[in-house]
Design a protein around this ligand. Structure first.
Ligand SMILES: *[C@@H]1O[C@H](CO)[C@@H](O)[C@H](O)[C@H]1NC(C)=O
Ligand SMILES: *[C@@H]1O[C@H](CO)[C@@H](O)[C@H](O)[C@H]1NC(C)=O
Ligand SMILES: *[C@@H]1O[C@H](CO)[C@@H](O)[C@H](O)[C@H]1NC(C)=O
Ligand SMILES: *[C@@H]1O[C@H](CO)[C@@H](O)[C@H](O)[C@H]1NC(C)=O
Ligand SMILES: *[C@@H]1O[C@H](CO)[C@@H](O)[C@H](O)[C@H]1NC(C)=O
Length: 298
């Protein structure tokens, strides 16, 4: 009997302490939830609003043995990051039907990576270059493919920004040639480099347009985000079709500032290249190359 009573009291105490425990638990849970949800939303939103952009590499680096190693290292250690590599032997494909032995050794290595798209450089001199010569360059790159040097597309440099009927016709012709070239694949990538926002009618002739190519100082002076937003509102362009190239980033700049600039660019454009080099920006890998690739993949 007494043992039963004790047992009852024990149960009863246990009941109350359990109840208190329940309410304390609930309060703690509510507090934790109140903290966790905003933090989760913050981080969740962070991830969603900073999509990865492809690293657009103007590879004007001569491939003497080992010269492209920083690129291979970046490509291999960031398999989720896409690299668009502009191959430029001689301000174009060069005079011969094939580039020299250093190129023929290295290009297949580039092409062997699943996260690399290669594009052959073609100079266009703001529409002043003879269209026949541009078409010939496209054909030379297309022919490379029969020697395991296939390009996935063409990079057209110095595209004008102003609309001019005959100029646009010439670029149209070049685009048609690229898209029908058997050696450039069925989905060939066409990149235009006006270096600034062009007349919207050029956008339809390519897959990607470099809407800013300039120094860090110029980038800072321009309200790029607003300019691009209003341009896209009028022209219907999308992030996927835009690229941004910023050079001459001062080496003294705070890493946080650089990261935040890259984050802003990633929101605006699907292609990005940032370098600290302030002369011959594309002829070597600058000091900032490794950190830039790291941040592009973050
Ligand atoms: C490759 O580059 C090296 C170093 O610049 C040079 O000595 C060599 O002649 C080049 N090879 C070819 C086939 O051009
Ligand atoms: C590309 O190859 C084809 C077939 O071999 C040839 O007729 C053509 O002349 C080549 N084009 C160029 C620009 O070298
Ligand atoms: C358009 O470009 C062509 C070829 O470069 C040039 O001759 C012509 O004057 C230009 N037209 C205008 C209106 O700028
Ligand atoms: C480039 O654009 C053309 C035409 O819209 C498309 O067919 C092709 O797949 C695109 N290429 C890439 C690599 O996105
Ligand atoms: C960019 O432009 C917008 C309006 O177009 C303005 O509100 C904003 O302050 C500008 N930002 C800078 C950094 O100039």
């Amino acid at each position: 009997m007494s043992s039963k009573l004790q047992n009852f009291q024990h149960k009863s105490r246990n009941f109350w302490s359990r109840k208190r425990c329940f309410w304390t638990g609930l309060v703690v849970l509510i507090i934790l939830t109140a903290i966790a949800i905003p933090v989760g939303v913050m981080f969740g939103r962070e991830k969603k609003t900073t999509p990865r952009s492809s690293v657009l590499v103007p590879l004007y680096v001569y491939p003497y043995p080992g010269a492209w190693d920083p690129l291979y290292t970046a490509i291999a250690s960031h398999p989720k990051l896409q690299f668009i590599v502009v191959v430029n032997p001689h301000n174009g494909p060069g005079a011969g039907s094939l580039p020299d032995g250093n190129y023929t050794r290295e290009i297949p290595r580039l092409n062997s990576h699943a996260n690399v798209q290669t594009a052959g450089y073609v100079s266009t001199d703001y529409g002043k270059r003879d269209t026949k010569l541009m078409l010939k360059d496209v054909d030379v790159y297309s022919n490379w493919s029969s020697h395991s040097l296939g390009m996935d597309g063409i990079f057209l440099d110095e595209v004008p920004t102003q609309y001019n009927f005959s100029t646009v016709r010439a670029y149209e012709q070049v685009s048609l040639e690229i898209r029908s070239a058997p050696g450039l694949g069925p989905d060939s990538l066409i990149i235009h480099n006006p270096g600034t926002i062009p007349d919207a009618r050029y956008l339809a002739l390519c897959n990607m347009t470099i809407v800013f190519e300039g120094s860090y100082d110029t980038y800072q002076q321009h309200n790029l985000s607003d300019t691009i937003k209003s341009f896209c509102k009028d022209s219907g362009c999308v992030r996927n079709s835009l690229a941004v190239v910023v050079h001459s980033v001062p080496p003294t700049i705070d890493a946080k500032v650089e990261k935040s600039m890259l984050k802003d660019v990633r929101k605006l454009a699907a292609g990005v290249f940032i370098t600290s080099l302030s002369t011959d920006y594309y002829s070597s890998f600058g000091q900032s190359w490794g950190a830039f690739v790291q941040d592009a993949d973050a």
